[in-house]
Design a protein around this ligand. Structure first.
Ligand code: FE2
Length: 301
């Protein structure tokens, strides 16, 4: 299988360390540079030095949404009173595990401080949408840990093709994903889609091994052995440290990624005690708008 032309491994990225982009208060100009990197470059970048560090949380939320809007249409997250386009990723004492250490499928992992396995958000069509872009603006950082971990879905796909061709064949067919924590009102908590598909000439990844497994609890069915083997293969490849990089965000940095290609996770962290000092990232999810899809490199965006 041919190597993806823009694919990267952790080692290659660590050597290059070329993923930073200086903040530009002209958000339209910034979005043009972002789009280039997200669509045909590494698939992610870190915008360095935004003024979020000196802002209130509400101002930082506004900044994050304003920065991403020229790139794509910000998507609402949450339900009811907590619905917002600038979601606070902050420990609100929600554990992603239940007391018996079983993964807690209903809790928002964005509101906890445990480590988080590699996944992409589009995998579960959060709140009924399929985000193209994901931004995480570091407003406050943790006392220790809480780094972002990234892997290139194109390289995960390539590695599976080389070493697990049979399992990859199955991963290209629809799998069930448990999305009970982000189910739109009146819709099914299980959503189906292939883990890897071609879409408009690009690879489109849906990856969340925990939620692929737990979907079968919701379906009330045993996970078929061949599907279990395919998920195991995906998990094994994701566990290879050579494929991923760890990115420490400083206050004011904004990680922006192509959520349909790049997988993200995080390391566990120790936090400050007062809520106002706790690690706080502002998450913006954005869809590719139809007009931008028609003109991918639209310079007026
Ligand atoms: Fe996520």
């Amino acid at each position: 299988m041919a190597k993806p032309s823009h694919g990267w491994t952790g080692r290659k990225q660590a050597e290059a360390e070329a993923y930073g982009l200086p903040y530009d208060p002209d958000h339209a100009a910034l979005a043009r540079r972002l789009r280039e990197r997200l669509r045909s470059g590494d698939g992610f970048t870190v915008v360095r030095g935004t003024p979020a560090r000196t802002m209130t949380t509400a101002q930082a939320q506004e900044l994050a949404v304003s920065m991403i809007r020229p790139l794509g249409d910000p998507l609402p997250q949450g339900e009811g009173a907590e619905r917002t386009t600038g979601w606070l990723v902050r420990d609100e004492r929600v554990s992603q595990y239940t007391d018996d250490r079983r993964f807690h499928e209903v809790a928002y992992t964005s509101k906890s401080r445990g480590d988080l396995h590699l996944h992409n958000d589009m995998a579960v069509t959060p709140f009924g949408a399929e985000p193209a872009y994901l931004a995480l603006l570091a407003h406050r950082v943790a006392r220790r840990g809480g780094e972002s971990v990234l892997a290139d879905g194109a390289m995960v796909h390539h590695t599976l093709g080389e070493e697990y061709p049979r399992e990859l064949g199955l991963l290209r067919t629809p799998f069930a994903f448990d999305r009970r924590h982000v189910t739109p009102a009146g819709e099914s908590p299980v959503v189906w889609g292939p883990a890897f598909a071609e879409h408009g000439g690009h690879l489109r990844v849906r990856c969340n091994v925990r939620r692929m497994r737990s979907a079968y609890d919701l379906l009330g069915q045993p996970l078929p052995p061949d599907r279990r083997a395919a998920i195991d293969a995906l998990e094994e490849v994701l566990s290879r440290s050579a494929l991923s990089i760890t990115v420490a965000l400083e206050e004011g940095d904004c990680l922006v990624l192509n959520d349909q290609r790049i997988l993200h996770g995080r390391t566990a962290y120790e936090d400050h005690e007062p809520l106002g000092r706790r690690r706080c990232l502002i998450r913006v999810m954005a869809a590719e708008s139809p007009t931008r899809q028609r003109v991918p490199d639209d310079s007026s965006a």
